[in-house]
Design a protein around this ligand. Structure first.
Ligand code: DAH
Length: 341
């Protein structure tokens, strides 16, 4: 019996040494020497065959070896856990000399960036930046702008009507009215914002962006309008830009005009973008109609003013050579990331 115990102990020492700090192999050794089919268990079963005198000493010897094996295994398990931690620390160590990954940066949408740039130019000229509701009423969007009910020019606006006399504003011109209602001249304001029309094809979106400008004071003339436009577009595109006014009809101005700038793609020579004319139409303009002043309680015999409206999306597209309107609303990051701020 004692020989058998000695053999088991030797085998165990060899096995546990070999297992080292590998947790799986330590567990295998534990099962082999302490499990139900271990040689120690087998010896225990043989105790009954021994004589009564031999039995206590043999039992003690078996128990002693069992305890000693248990202790060795516990130590090996601890060693294995410490080894695993050491290994993990080594594997996940950080090389602090590596260059950092640069942070991901967002950018401004080209339409937004263009709007901000125009706002800055006008602010530098002393204009206030105004806003107005996108859900408007008939009075501000039409009537006060000299477009009474049944006026034929209303048709051209392709209005989205809501309940009651509410509608989605078709232009930023109602902000002229709201500003004149709440303030007395002198007024110098611009209003950028979203406008809506029931219009959707290759060159029109149902929502787009306009910027409205209004100046009201004593002695304002068309020359101020022309001079301001020149200054604004020269600041925006560069000193080479030319501007021109062409007679046109808008109910809220008299005289009214459409205004063009020399094509910034071909420099005025004539190309596909400007349809060989050398000019690009930007919007409408004119001298504020006396009926508009009357609607907001400003005396047209004392004050005069000019106004213009323009499409921001078109300007952003021309500026960046974007030839498809849909790119502006799809918000594809591959497109947007080409305009770092
Ligand atoms: N509101 C007009 C439109 O959307 C543009 C416009 C024309 C604005 C003449 C003006 C103006 O301020 O004077 O078609």
């Amino acid at each position: 019996m004692l020989d058998a115990l000695r053999t088991i102990e030797e085998e165990f020492r060899a096995a546990i040494d070999e297992a080292g700090a590998d947790p799986e192999r330590v567990e295998a050794v534990r099962v082999r020497f302490l499990g139900r089919k271990s040689p120690l268990t087998a010896l225990m079963k043989q105790l009954g065959k021994l004589s009564a005198e031999e039995r206590p000493a043999a039992g003690q010897a078996i128990n002693q070896l069992k305890k000693s094996i248990q202790q060795s295994i516990e130590e090996a398990v601890e060693k294995a856990a410490a080894g695993a931690l050491e290994q993990e620390l080594q594997d996940s160590s950080v090389d602090v000399t590596l260059p950092p990954r640069s942070p991901w940066r967002g950018s401004q949408h080209p339409v937004h960036a263009t709007r901000r740039e125009l706002e800055r130019i006008f602010r530098d000229l002393g204009y206030t930046i105004e806003t107005g509701p996108e859900v408007e009423d008939d009075f501000h969007n039409f009537q006060a702008l000299n477009l009474p009910p049944e006026h034929p020019a209303r048709d051209a606006q392709d209005t989205f009507y809501l309940e009651g006399d509410r509608l989605l504003r078709t232009h930023t011109s109602p902000v002229q009215i709201r500003t004149m209602e709440s303030r007395r001249p002198p007024i110098r304001m611009v209003c950028p914002g979203r406008v809506y029309r029931r219009d959707h094809d290759a060159t029109h979106l149902p929502m787009f962006h306009q910027l409205e400008a209004l100046v009201v004071d004593k002695g304002i003339s068309m020359a101020h309008l022309k001079g301001t436009m020149d200054r604004v577009w020269k600041t925006f595109y560069g000193e080479q830009v030319k501007t021109r006014l062409r007679p046109a009809y808008f109910p809220f101005v008299e005289p009214g005009a459409e205004y063009d700038i020399s094509c910034q793609v071909c420099g005025g020579e004539g190309c596909r973008v400007c349809k060989q004319t050398g000019w690009i139409e930007l919007g409408g303009a004119g001298m504020v109609h006396p009926a508009v002043f009357e609607a907001v309680g400003i005396d047209p015999d004392v004050y005069s003013g000019w106004a213009f409206g323009l499409g921001i999306d078109r300007i952003a597209m021309m500026r960046h050579g974007i030839d498809d309107l849909r790119l502006l609303v799809e918000n594809d990051v591959r497109f947007l990331s080409q305009f770092p701020t």
